[in-house]
Design a protein around this ligand. Structure first.
Ligand SMILES: Nc1ncnc2c1ncn2[C@@H]1O[C@H](COP(=O)(O)OP(=O)(O)OP(=O)(O)O)[C@@H](O)[C@H]1O
Ligand SMILES: [Mg+2]
Length: 273
């Protein structure tokens, strides 16, 4: 399938042309994106006019010190927040030119989001957590739970659907969060420090899982991470620092990797993460 979408067409994820799953092409284009927060008489500008684009099928890692604006950027890509100025285009459509309804569709169906902390509902089972986006969309309980069971199998948690989210290990919780992000079969996967709270071994396993799903479901993925090992396994690395986004070559990434104190995760700026 090859889709050409005119910039005037609103995002309608139920239209297969709006789901850029196959072939080359630009999925995201970010232009002069600026975000300023004002709080307590202070102004912070984590994004001072950043521009980049993401091609269909790419996996991009955003690295940068704590507080540099990685989460802010991902929230804007997901249309969960509004920029001070600048644009994000998905398949040629400006996110903030869409109707509120289409923007909600984009958030709920085009984008799968894995949060910095997993944000699972602890009073619900893992299957219910994964099924939630489908129930919100009006699928029947039975359809949603069946789909959830398939996705739990896909992330290596077959048969664990009845377990409550708060009884799972950190790595398992993050797998459930990934299943929940993908249950709608989004075109775009956004992951904010998906392995930030995990030890190195679990971080690697969860990352490898994301990489496999990225490939088998023809996703386009943008992930924020402090972990240089994960970043260097993305197709491209962008460094966010002082409000600016710059491409980072593999050598630069290696140089920024400071030796870790025993038992501590190392982040991209060499601070403890
Ligand atoms: N809602 C808000 N109101 C005021 N300031 C905010 C808000 N959200 C973020 N900030 C500020 O913007 C800056 C960027 O924050 P952000 O959470 O995007 O950084 P980050 O790169 O994701 O950091 P970390 O690696 O610690 O997750 C920080 O200085 C933060 O305090
Ligand atoms: Mg963050």
């Amino acid at each position: 399938m090859h889709s050409h979408i005119s910039p005037n067409v609103a995002v309608d994820p139920s239209n297969p042309n709006m789901r850029p799953l196959d072939g080359p092409g630009q999925v995201l284009r970010v232009e002069k994106l600026r975000k300023t927060f004002r709080s307590g008489g202070q102004e912070i500008t984590p994004l001072a006019g950043v521009s980049f684009s993401v091609q269909r099928g790419e996996m991009i890692a955003i690295v940068g010190p704590s507080g540099s604006g990685k989460s802010t950027l991902l929230h804007l890509l997901a249309a969960l927040d509004t920029p001070t100025s600048g644009e994000v285009y998905f398949a040629g459509n400006s996110l903030w030119a869409l109707t509120e309804e289409n923007r909600a569709e984009y958030r709920n169906r085009t984008v799968g989001f894995v949060w910095q902390r997993h944000h699972l509902l602890s009073d619900f089972t893992s299957a219910e957590n994964v099924a939630m986006p489908l129930l919100v969309q009006g699928q029947t309980q039975q359809q949603a739970i069946q789909a959830a069971a398939r996705w739990l199998t896909e992330v290596g948690l077959r048969g664990r659907g009845l377990q409550h989210a708060n009884q799972l290990s950190g790595g398992e919780q993050q797998r459930v969060a990934i299943a929940r992000a993908l249950v709608n079969q989004p075109a775009l996967l956004l992951a904010d420090e998906p392995t930030g709270d995990l030890d190195e071994r679990n971080a690697v396993t969860v990352f490898e899982l994301m990489r496999r799903l990225h490939e088998s479901y023809h996703l386009t993925t943008v992930l924020a991470t402090h972990n240089p090992w994960l970043a260097q396994r993305a197709d491209r690395v962008l460094l966010l620092e002082h409000g600016q986004l710059t491409p980072l070559a593999a050598d630069d990434l290696a140089q920024r990797r400071a030796p870790a104190p025993a038992g501590a995760a190392t982040n991209i700026s060499g601070e403890r993460g």
